[in-house]
Write a protein that binds this ligand. Structure first.
Ligand code: IVH
Length: 787
């Protein structure tokens, strides 16, 4: 065999195999090989086709994405019109439908009453498409359009993975038009909307719109990136033989590789149809896709022909609809609720309306960004949606119906529960290892424990098992204590007397005494437990432990400045600000003071933790200041050039410009021109020294560090940190980071894609760490890696 013949055979084999994998993956939901194997076969096919462009055929699995962007869709005339379905909304209309069918077939005149055989299918909520196969090859895809003429969306349907480009098996009609629904699963829809929001795009209102919007794209690459699925439910024009019942036809289509509904059933008589409707209805929320009803069709094609059509609907089929998931209603007001951490969230009060069988009068709005995104005003008519068991959501404003007296939604300046100030949270964004601080979408009542809404929850948290562990004080008892005015801060728990509690519901003499001794027993918490018990937003058990271990005393935790806190493992600037402002709050300070006054003895180690005391460099410190557009590399250059914080403050423009690119130099100048920034930096530096952190501003201090005298090499791509960051971390441990591998190299950190340097390291028998091991190594040396 010639080379060409060899390649041609291999191409055919690869295509068959890939089609088979595709079918198993997208149609049967049972992948047969790991993704990596699929990718390998796919790449091999692509390479062979690139070598022999003349062997490329339109049904090859490599040809799913059209290359050109269309300027418009061409029109397609449907040989057999694409009809719609009559609807039934209740049982009596369904019985009426069955009667009409029997009447049309003249069955009830017989002496015995024959049941009609129906097919039952879910009514998928997507959009109808027609797929034309000639000799088993997909040649055209079209939308329904007005039923007579649709749009040519061939390039787009080709990107839908569950639509075969070539039919499997044999025996298909030479011309076969398949009809079905292109739709998006609930999960695919959620994923798509999340990524739309991430890139600042507009989310889709529902899976149907998302499917329609994705399929009608002039750029098929966009369609290809969307999670579209297909399910067929019928046929159009056919030249060739097909079975004589609807279900048998669908089963044939399935054999040829076309996806049909997993829920397809045969019903003997209308009663079984009604049971099917009930069954699917009960499972509607747990199906992976949205349906708006079920479709019943007379199974026998002979009967279908006999019944024929009325206007534009078949007499042999009907859609039995479920209650709609979306309704229109009016937004009466927006109120604000206060949650456990003080988050103030808007809640929509709606004109009550029935949605899918449930009366809806409220909807969450998540946060003020959501209000802004929707462009919501009080008095607006809105589309609300209740999908599954999730809380109803406002999807859209109907702008045309906005009344003249519509009012904007304002976040209150004072907490609606306690009257404390409401503050906007800080939002820290990370990109390429840099953090920038901006205003967040969440507003929070600063009242904390002084806020009634937060108090009960705060105390429930304070006494819980993993916090102060006060046994015998359940949620109900806490509520009673707060409602009776006996407890208005965690400190009050320690002032409770026997007489205070013995009269409360559920407290007998014994349990009152038990509770008092449990309270007494809780007076010696570890520092970590105590910090956790305070309920600082974003501070869970782990962070509480880190704070306790690293800073060693409550005093230091209370005083720590945000930039100092970011030296702790896994504490970013956002959390650091939360912690700092919690302890700055006068009311919180008061509560802590009172707790201590009541005899609380916090068990701490007193010493600074080793990981915190480890070391910092001036470069590392400057990096933590988050000077806009200055990364770790730039920070290190500043440190090397100016040697101290004062040196950097005093640097003139020319000096800066010689050290950094213009944009960064400008940014440094502007940053330190602000007195606030200089003060923050000075205070943080001073505090680090006061706390006893090793401060390595001079390069010569490197001696005595764990990696002093070692040379390391970084190669390949790192995913958890940038190379600059990796370099800086190694340098903070005293290592030199070199660009090439030699016998003098101590260790090589090799990420994916590492090439000749890694090969050389192996050749020389050097120590090699992958990124995961490197991160472990850093952690072992007390250096955190923010991800
Ligand atoms: S049969 C002549 N079966 O519903 C019968 N339609 O209201 C034509 N649909 O345009 C349709 N699931 O988009 C049929 N199992 C199903 C269906 C279904 C969804 C849609 C389809 C059609 C519309 C008719």
């Amino acid at each position: 065999m010639s080379d060409i013949e060899n390649d041609a055979n291999r191409i055919l084999l690869l295509r068959t195999e890939l089609r088979e994998h595709n079918h198993r993956y997208y149609v049967l939901d049972e992948p047969s090989v790991p993704d990596a194997e699929y990718d390998r076969l796919f790449r091999e096919l692509k390479a062979l086709e690139a070598k022999h462009p003349r062997l490329v055929t339109s049904d090859s699995p490599t040809q799913r994405i059209g290359s050109e962007v269309l300027s418009t869709f061409l029109q397609v005339k449907h040989q057999v019109p694409m009809l719609s379905l009559g609807n039934a909304f209740d049982e009596s209309s369904m019985l009426e439908f069955d009667r009409r069918v029997r009447g049309g077939l003249d069955l009830d005149n017989d002496l015995f009453i024959e049941n009609i055989e129906y097919s039952c299918e879910p009514k998928l909520d997507g959009l109808a498409v027609s797929l034309l196969y000639r000799e088993g090859i997909l040649v055209q895809g079209a939308t329904r359009g007005d039923g007579a003429t649709g749009e040519d969306i061939t390039v787009n349907v080709r990107t839908v993975r569950s639509i075969p480009l070539k039919l499997q098996g044999s025996g298909w009609p030479s011309v076969l038009e398949v009809r079905g629904e292109v739709f998006m699963s609930k999960a695919g829809f959620e994923r798509l909307n999340a990524s739309q929001l991430e890139i600042g795009g507009k989310p889709f209102a529902n899976p149907r719109n998302a499917a329609a919007g994705s399929l009608r794209q002039l750029d098929s690459r966009i369609t290809a990136s969307r999670p579209l699925e297909f399910c067929c439910y019928g046929i159009g024009q056919v030249q060739g033989q097909l079975p004589d019942t609807h279900i048998a036809i669908l089963e044939k289509l399935q054999m040829w590789g076309l996806p049909i509904s997993h829920e397809l059933k045969r019903a003997n008589g209308i009663e079984e149809c009604l049971e099917y409707y009930q069954d699917i209805g009960a499972r509607r929320n747990s199906l992976p896709y949205e349906i708006d009803g079920v479709v019943f069709k007379v199974n026998s094609l002979a009967y279908q022909r006999e019944l024929g059509f009325r206007a534009r609907e078949p007499r042999w089929a009907i859609a039995h609809k479920f209650p709609a998931l979306e309704e229109l209603t009016e937004l009466l007001d927006v109120e604000f609720q206060v949650g456990r951490t003080g988050a103030v969230t808007p809640v929509a009060r709606l004109m009550p309306v029935k949605v899918a069988g449930v009366t809806v009068a409220n909807a969450t709005l998540h946060n003020m960004d959501e209000v802004a995104r929707l462009g919501l005003m009080i008095g607006d008519t809105v589309i609300i949606r209740r999908a599954g068991d999730v809380i109803p959501q406002i999807m859209q404003v109907v702008l045309e119906r906005r009344p003249d007296n519509a009012r904007p939604v304002h976040i209150p300046e004072q907490c609606p529960v306690c009257g404390s100030q409401v503050e906007r949270t800080q939002l820290v964004k990370r990109s390429k290892g840099r953090e920038t601080v901006s205003e967040g979408a969440v507003y929070r009542c600063v009242g904390r424990l002084a806020c009634g809404a937060q108090l009960k929850q705060a105390i429930i948290h304070f006494v819980s098992r993993r916090a102060m562990d006060i046994e015998g004080l359940g949620d109900k008892s806490v509520e009673q204590l707060v409602d009776e005015g006996l407890v208005s801060s965690p400190a009050d728990l320690y002032a409770l007397k026997f007489d205070d509690i013995v009269d409360l519901e559920g407290f007998a003499e014994v349990s009152s005494n038990k509770l008092l001794s449990a309270i007494e027993d809780s007076k010696k918490p570890s520092l970590a437990r105590f910090i956790y018990a305070l309920g600082i937003p974003d501070v869970g058990e782990e962070t509480a432990k880190v704070l306790a271990r690293s800073l060693g005393s409550l005093e230091r935790v209370q005083q720590a400045l945000p930039h100092v806190l970011t030296y702790l493992p896994d504490v970013g600037l956002e959390v650091a600000h939360e912690i700092h402002s919690f302890f700055e709050d006068a009311h919180n300070q008061q509560v802590i003071k009172e707790l201590l006054k009541h005899g609380l003895q916090i068990q701490d180690q007193g010493e600074l933790g080793a990981e915190f005391a480890a070391s910092t460099t001036l470069g590392g410190f400057l990096d933590k200041l988050h000077i806009p557009s200055v990364g770790p590399g730039g920070a290190q250059k500043l440190a090397d050039r100016f040697g101290s914080l004062e040196g950097v403050f005093g640097a003139d423009w020319l000096d800066l410009r010689q050290t950094l690119p213009e944009k960064q130099a400008n940014s440094v100048r502007e940053f330190f021109a602000l007195e606030d920034n200089r003060l923050i930096a000075e205070a943080a530096e001073k505090q680090l020294r006061d706390f006893g952190m090793h401060w390595l501003s001079e390069k010569k201090v490197v001696e005595g560090l764990p990696l002093a005298g070692q040379t390391w090499v970084l190669t390949g791509s790192l995913e958890l940190m940038s190379r600059d960051v990796a370099k800086e971390k190694l340098e903070s441990l005293g290592a030199k980071v070199a660009g090439s591998v030699s016998a003098k190299t101590h260790c090589v950190v090799a990420g994916p894609g590492a090439g000749s340097k890694l090969a050389k390291a192996n050749e020389l028998g050097l120590k090699v760490l992958d990124e995961e091991a490197f991160v472990e190594f850093l952690k072992h040396h007390g250096i955190a890696v923010e991800s």
